[in-house]
Design a protein around this ligand. Structure first.
Ligand code: NAD
Length: 292
């Protein structure tokens, strides 16, 4: 498969590297030079424009920060230069409404497009064990499946266009709430003299067990190879979590479904971002949230 991969950030680069490993011909584009270089050294092709990336591609994959980046990249580049036969796959986390709009624009120009946001974090991206939540026509999901399978373990069809993003928004609202609750519980135990590793092990085998605690522990030193053990770098940025909680609250308002826990999580991540920590991993709430 000829694959254009646009957005080689914390998630996109390890995902693209897994596609190279699986034997696909991958052209990688990012605003930054460093990840393009890493991809080229691993056997991918470094390109410097959207036109060059998507020319003759069977599949175009995007892994960009937010809605506005996706709207702009497809609207001003991909639609103009990709062959109509290419399947367009947006893996970024964006508003479900925007995902539906971009897919409708794609369809109007003769393209098939699916939304395929992911869960599993940067370790999941590196290990090729991501979960893909896919929205779109069943036939297009099946067409993408063999390629997605090189980057993920679970490829789940959530429903029609935008449904992948709806599921992702629900999942990440829950993740934000669970991370903040996990930070609070760990800090409370530590303040009362319990070793955080012991506390984590016991809660991990009890009813408080969850992904933030067991796979992505926010307390430095409890777990190797997670952002909390490398100064909260290289994971899922506070500002990206804030964006996702914003999407959840927006969605809740539009659908008349109250999400008071999601709103509280958004307020707390807003505070963390406003105090200058927007670029740190979202588990930094453990150390940086402070009283407020
Ligand atoms: P990131 O900021 O590390 O990467 C985004 C990349 O897109 C950057 O390298 C940036 O230079 C590039 N980019 C932006 N505009 C571009 C353009 N016009 N052309 C080419 N490249 C462009 O973000 P990330 O952590 O990799 O997350 C990407 C998406 O995946 C986000 O929507 C995020 O919410 C979602 N996500 C992240 C994680 C995680 O753990 N980091 C997990 C699941 C989902």
């Amino acid at each position: 498969m000829q694959i254009a991969f646009i957005g080689l950030g914390n998630m996109g680069l390890p995902m693209a590297l897994n596609l190279v490993k699986a034997g696909h011909a991958v052209r990688g584009l990012d605003l930054a030079e460093a990840p393009r270089q890493v991809l080229a050294e691993a056997g991918g092709r470094r390109v410097s424009s959207v036109a060059e990336a998507v020319d003759g591609a069977d599949l175009v994959i995007t892994m960009l920060p937010a809605s506005k980046h996706v709207q702009s990249l497809y609207g001003t580049g991909v639609f103009d230069h990709a062959p109509r036969t290419a399947l367009l796959v947006d893996c970024s986390t964006i508003a479900p409404t925007v995902a539906r709009e971009v897919a409708a624009d794609a369809a109007a120009r003769g393209f098939a497009m699916i939304d395929a946001p992911v869960s599993g974090g940067t370790n999941g991206a590196r290990a090729g064990t991501l979960t893909f939540m896919v929205g779109g026509a069943a036939a297009d999901v099946e067409r993408a499946r063999p390629v997605l399978a090189a980057m993920g373990r679970n490829i789940l069809h959530a429903g029609p266009s935008g449904a992948g993003q709806t599921v992702k928004v629900c999942n990440n609202m829950l993740l934000g709430v669970l991370m903040l609750g996990t930070c609070e519980a760990l800090r409370l135990g530590v303040a009362n003299g319990v070793d955080p590793a012991v506390l984590s092990e016991v809660m991990g085998k009890s009813s408080g067990s969850n992904w933030a605690l067991q796979v992505y522990n926010p307390c430095p030193g409890v777990m190797p190879d997670v952002p909390s053990s490398r100064g909260y770098t290289g994971g899922f940025a506070v500002d990206l979590m804030l964006k996702d909680l914003g999407l959840a609250v927006e969605n809740a308002e539009a659908s008349g479904e109250p999400v008071p826990m999601g709103e509280q999580a958004r307020r707390l991540y807003e505070r963390l971002s406003a105090s200058g920590h927007g670029g740190l991993d979202f588990s930094s709430a453990f150390e940086k949230l402070g009283p407020g």
